[in-house]
Write a protein that binds this ligand. Structure first.
Ligand SMILES: *Cc1c(COP(=O)(O)O)cnc(C)c1O
Length: 434
């Protein structure tokens, strides 16, 4: 099959230039602006199953799925009907509903270690609140995170490593107070030795480790064997809490979360993305004796006008009811692995250094000379110029990958073997031009 697509982009371009007048950078979240790949972003109009349709009428196979949430594909009828039914009843009460109880029960029954849960509106809120709670529970201020992990944009988490390995953190954005950043220590992901050293030195000062069990924010990097176990041990030995940020991995790596997949139990768990099924939902939860500190049961303040919003709960519940069983992910994982394998084989044919990672339904490709990518240093050493060329080549052929080499890719149950084969054939043609 010869793939020949001529992409139209007049309307997207016009909309982008107009949007830049009113919205900083023309977008409501930075990665959407295409800065990492050059050119102008695609503006979308509608989506169905695995496909996106842009403002110019072009069709794409979607490998972003709204950065994870759309695990059932776009426009799943059961999910959209659940939303429509709720919309006719009420949009919001700012008061309790049975729907939020049902979603809470469902999530607690699926995720090991989730004994109580609080709904919020985004992943950022979930991690921010989990950290406040961990600090209150342990009566300590310091938190540990890992280079390449992203936990939303709250002040304590917009911090990068200081100059020395074990020194205090520095703000990674203007506006973050230095005095707050000093309490956040950033270590290299998958480096067990440095975690052990840190805890030997100042373990009794650390409130919590927060980690993405599979990192989906420096492309896709799974944990090396023993890494998550080492975090668990350090936390247990030093009475610190282990916070699993499963905002991305939850229901994508396994139906019970990535920590369940790796058989390591966290103290607190953050969820988001998939649990909203496409509407803004986040959640944090975990061990009962910790969660009981959350207001109004306890004194750790946390609130939200639209938290547990009934429309969002109806959407999330319908989604999790379809996904939350032991076999749903299997076929999606299978095609994810086939896509990775297919891209590797095709790249090899064209003498292009490329390696892939996948964990469940999350995946990523790296233009790297290394056989396997397991660290942040390896991710940033990848050939970004080659990525940009490949990206635009694939876009022209109707493949919508994340517009940055530091992002994971996502599949859904709406993707077919045909979509995967088309994508591999398209890549084969683009590899030939690199
Ligand atoms: C997306 C993401 C967040 C932030 O969630 P938002 O809903 O964008 O605020 C936090 N942690 C991880 C691991 C994420 O992937």
């Amino acid at each position: 099959m010869k793939i020949n697509v001529k992409r139209r982009e007049n309307i997207s371009k016009k909309l982008f230039y107009s949007a830049k007048k009113y919205i900083p950078g023309g977008v409501n979240s930075p990665v959407r602006a295409f800065k990492a790949v050059g050119g102008t972003p695609v503006f979308f109009e509608k989506a169905k199953g695995a496909y996106l349709f842009d403002a110019d009428g072009n069709r794409y196979i979607d490998y972003i799925m709204s950065w994870g949430p759309m695990l059932l594909g776009h426009g799943n009828k059961i999910v959209t009907n659940a939303i429509k039914e709720q919309i006719d009843k009420a949009l919001t009460f700012g008061a309790p509903t049975e729907l939020e109880l049902q979603l809470a029960e469902k999530l607690c029954s699926l995720v090991p270690g989730m004994e109580m849960i609080r709904m919020v509106n985004s992943g950022t809120e979930a991690t921010m609140s989990a950290i406040r709670l961990a600090r209150a529970y342990t009566d300590r201020d310091k938190i540990v995170k890992f280079e390449g992990c992203y936990h939303g944009h709250s002040d304590s988490l917009l911090v990068k490593a200081g100059s020395g390995a074990l020194t205090m953190g520095e703000p990674s954005s203007p506006g973050v107070p230095k005095c707050l950043a000093e309490h956040t220590i950033t270590l290299p992901y998958n480096n067990i030795q440095m975690v052990n050293e840190l805890f030997e030195n100042i373990g009794s000062e650390i409130a919590a480790i927060i980690v993405e069990p599979v990192v989906g924010n420096m492309n896709c990097v799974p944990p090396i064997p023993g890494f998550l176990e080492a975090l668990r041990k350090c936390c247990t030995d030093n009475k610190a809490l282990l916070i699993a940020d499963e905002v991305m991995t939850g229901f994508r790596v396994s139906p019970r979360g990535a920590m369940a997949h790796y058989k390591v139990e966290p103290d607190l768990i953050c969820l988001g993305k998939v649990i909203g099924g496409g509407l803004p939902v986040g959640a944090f939860g975990g061990k009962k004796d910790i969660m009981e500190l959350v207001s109004p049961q306890g004194s750790v303040y946390q609130a939200g006008t639209l938290s547990g919003n009934p429309v969002a709960m109806a959407c999330g519940l319908a989604t999790i009811n379809l996904i939350g069983n032991d076999t749903f992910l299997d076929p999606v994982i299978k095609i994810t692995e086939m896509l990775c394998k297919g891209l590797e084989i095709s790249a090899k044919k064209h003498n292009i250094d490329l390696t892939t990672n996948s964990a469940g339904t999350m995946w990523g490709f790296f233009f790297s000379k290394d056989d396997k990518v397991t660290s942040y240093d390896q991710v940033i050493a990848c050939n970004t110029e080659r990525f940009k060329k490949f990206y635009h080549g694939m876009l022209t052929k109707g493949i919508y990958f994340a517009p940055a080499s530091f992002e994971a890719g996502f599949l859904s149950s709406a993707h077919t073997l045909e979509d995967i084969n088309y994508t591999i054939e398209a890549a084969d043609e683009v590899f030939a031009t690199l």
